[in-house]
Design a protein around this ligand. Structure first.
Ligand code: BG6
Length: 477
């Protein structure tokens, strides 16, 4: 086998809303993530079925303080550097830079915070990979315009992009416009700040918001390239193929349709136009998009430089009612249980070969460089009496996935820029709001109720991953 490319971007990934905290620091405004509670109301709020303004005063909002990376970032980055990270993927909090989304000028304190943060990464030679929007919208834009339902938000997003592209023109190369853009179909409030009002046609609203985000993403890509032609701008999807549950052609067709729901976004961002199957679906379902005169040209002229994605699991599709009833719980995107796979404690099915299949499918489909920007195992960790954490289950999950990834590169010729496992430091779970569901190489002492010293410590996987990086993956061959 050949080796991985020399400048392969090994690293880790997090998002502001799940680790930064400091929700009231530095003139930051409120974001959607600050009003998503922990507990039984979490999913209704994330789906946009329950208005966050109906929540009781004593609700607990885990993202507000998270793991307080706002104050601990120097210590955290030093630990990433110790592991040998070549890159670090993180996101900016939009409302830290534009507190209401509509200020004339960006909030200098917010920009300065990210500048110091980025300088700290660069000090260790760690390449920043910035997600512009990872599940957060300034709350004021939700209240005033209904968030991405309204084209007005495109202008607000562009003002935000203009400010950050100019400020970090010489410090950041890799940008990702929207995290898991397809999440807006599944969890519309969490994914895009969308709240449904009574009688609203949900599908119409979702695809209108999707169109607005797609145009914003293309405009941002164009702007980025004008500000610095060396910028690399990517799109991002929650990936994982749907396997037909059986070889019944009905199941194969069902899987293909479900895959298209997710590829739809990337088809537009990578190829620059709405795919035929989507146009037909809009016609069939009576979906009418409100568009600007230049939207289609903008989409056409500003396709992405790379395609990034998260991969945790594959899924199964079937048309048989009996089979569908066997759906696993715990997944945001529900999947039928695959009898050939084991699952995590949260019901996420573990399928390393599925990563190779996903890499090949995406590369065949788009022929653009790929970037795995999330992968990992959410698990409960036990702190031993001497303080150590022996997370062999995490090591084995990552080892199998990294091997599958290297096979896709070495044997199938997939062009892959990097690999950033999710939650390289323990953080708040996006779906459940828990701390107990941990992904990190670095343990953070905090529990589901928000109690703990926030002390950071190295798990067994810390040393293991360091070795993988220093051998450029060869340690696993
Ligand atoms: C992806 C998101 O959906 O999966 C992350 O981009 C998220 O924000 C990750 O944390 C893992 O999901 P969870 O629900 O285990 O946190």
């Amino acid at each position: 086998m050949e080796n991985m490319r020399e400048n392969f971007l090994w690293g880790g990934a997090t998002a502001a809303n799940q680790c930064e905290g400091g929700w009231k620091e530095g003139n930051r405004g409120l974001g959607t993530v600050d009003v998503i509670p922990w507990g039984e109301n979490r999913f209704p709020v994330m789906r946009g079925d329950m208005d966050y303004r109906q929540l009781s005063e004593d609700s607990y909002y885990p993202s507000r303080d998270a793991i307080d990376m706002y104050s601990h970032y120097k210590e955290d980055i030093a630990l990433f550097a110790e592991m040998g990270f070549k890159c670090y993927r993180f996101s900016f909090s939009w409302s830290r830079i534009f507190p209401t989304g509509e200020e004339e000028k960006p909030n200098e304190e917010g920009l300065k915070f990210y500048e110091d943060f980025i300088d700290e990464l660069l000090k260790y030679g760690i390449e920043p990979v910035v997600t512009i929007c990872h599940f957060d919208v300034p709350l004021a834009l939700v209240e005033k315009y209904g968030s991405w339902k309204n084209r007005k938000v495109i202008d607000c997003f562009m003002r935000y992009c203009d400010a950050i592209f100019r400020r970090f023109r010489d410090k950041v190369t890799y940008w990702i416009t929207f995290n898991e853009i397809n999440m807006l179909l599944h969890l519309p409030f969490m994914g895009a700040g969308i709240l449904f009002s009574e009688g609203e046609d949900e599908k119409q609203v979702k695809y209108q918001a999707a169109h607005n985000e797609l145009v914003a993403s293309a405009m941002a890509t164009g702007l980025a390239h004008r500000i610095n032609p060396d910028f690399k701008v990517g799109c991002m999807l929650a990936a994982g193929n749907f396997y037909p549950y059986s070889c019944n052609p009905e199941d194969v067709w069902e899987g293909l349709k479900k895959d298209r729901d997710n590829y739809f976004f990337i088809d537009v961002q990578a190829r620059g136009e709405y795919p035929a199957y989507a146009r037909k679906m809009f016609e069939r379902e009576g979906i009418k998009l409100e568009t600007g005169p230049e939207d289609y040209e903008i989409l056409k002229e500003n396709t992405v430089d790379f395609i990034s994605f998260s991969y945790y699991s594959s899924r199964c599709a079937s048309t048989s009612e009996e089979v569908v009833l066997k759906s696993t719980s715990g997944n945001v995107m529900k999947s039928i249980k695959n009898p050939y796979l084991k699952a995590s404690e949260w019901g996420w099915q573990i399928d390393p070969l599925g990563l190779r299949i996903t890499l090949n499918t995406l590369y065949d489909r788009y022929q653009k460089p790929l970037f795995i920007v999330e992968n990992g195992l959410g698990a409960v960790d036990k702190v031993e009496e001497d303080g150590s954490i022996i997370d062999d289950y995490r090591i084995s999950y990552l080892e199998e996935h990294i091997k599958a990834m290297m096979e896709a590169v070495d044997e199938d010729g997939v062009d892959l820029l990097g690999y950033t496992p999710w939650g390289c430091i323990d953080l708040i779970s996006a779906s459940t709001g828990e701390m107990k569901k941990r992904y990190g190489f670095i343990y953070v002492d905090k529990d589901n109720e928000g109690k703990g010293s926030l002390k950071r410590s190295r798990k067994k996987s810390f040393k293991w991953y360091k070795h993988v990086i220093e051998t450029n993956g060869a340690a696993l061959k």
